[in-house]
Design a protein. Structure first.
Length: 254
């Protein structure tokens, strides 16, 4: 992919980071670089691209204690985020993937995002290199959209190869098809519920908090999903199979 726009944005961002106050030595916060790029820029309407970039910027700003960024009208953005704890990154990255899936479904615009931690001001260019490698990997595996953290680079590469070798993976998962169809027909959000429930290792309290619902509401919803699909979330292989099917749907489904 062409990275000139992102390189230019990064140079501007680097100047702002130097002038800003990020505490790179704090044990309570971690600093990350998010590089975001729209796919097929020249085939898209720039007004819609800008609208989507504003949603991306708003989402990332809400997640961070501090966020400085540079974006352009072509759908590229470089964001420097301070997160409260290093343990927040997996949740933020996963939820960001879901946000990109929603943008794809609602606006017809697809984004790639590469992420790497900035260990110190001296490692800014290394973080940029790693983030761009992540975006390039998403392009190589022909993801429709997606988020790739450098920490997960090897997994995303393996995951892409799995999809390339078996493109029917999602279609063969009848439980996921039932939930997708139910959501389309009834306006429910069971697929998102399962995404979050699995991402939180089936911890009801944590998943309910992320979904902004009461834990009893979530338990009732999980029971309904179980009745619809016959899923057994106590089974390790069921959790793995559904997790992989959901990831493939979010990265590759049209």
């Amino acid at each position: 992919m062409e990275f000139q726009y992102l390189n230019d944005l990064f140079l501007n961002l680097k100047e702002n980071i130097a002038a800003d106050t990020f505490d790179f030595k704090s044990d309570d916060a971690q600093i990350y670089l998010f590089c975001v790029s729209v796919r097929n820029t020249f085939a898209m309407d720039k007004v819609r691209i800008q609208h989507c970039m504003e949603k991306v910027q708003a989402y990332l700003s809400v997640q961070a204690e501090k966020c400085i960024y540079e974006i352009n009208e072509n759908g590229q953005g470089a964001f420097c985020l301070s997160l409260a704890s290093k343990h927040n990154l997996p949740a933020v990255a996963y939820d960001f993937q879901i946000q990109l899936t929603f943008l794809s479904e609602q606006e017809g615009i697809n984004f790639y995002a590469g992420i790497d931690r900035i260990a110190s001001p001296d490692s800014l260019h290394l973080s940029l290199e790693h983030s761009l490698q992540c975006i390039n990997l998403l392009d190589e595996i022909a993801a429709k959209r997606g988020v790739c953290s450098y920490d997960n680079f090897t997994f995303i590469k393996m995951f892409g190869l799995l999809y390339q070798n078996n493109r029917s993976f999602v279609l063969d998962n009848q439980a996921l098809q039932i939930l997708l169809n139910h959501d389309r027909v009834n306006g429910t959000n069971y697929v998102h519920t399962i995404r979050t429930y699995l991402a939180e290792n089936c911890n009801v309290s944590h998943a309910a908090t992320r979904l902004f619902i009461h834990r009893h509401t979530l338990m009732n919803r999980i029971q309904t999903i179980t009745d619809l699909c016959g899923l057994n979330f106590n089974d390790y292989y069921t959790r793995i199979y559904m997790s992989m099917a959901l990831l493939i749907h979010d990265y590759f489904a049209v």
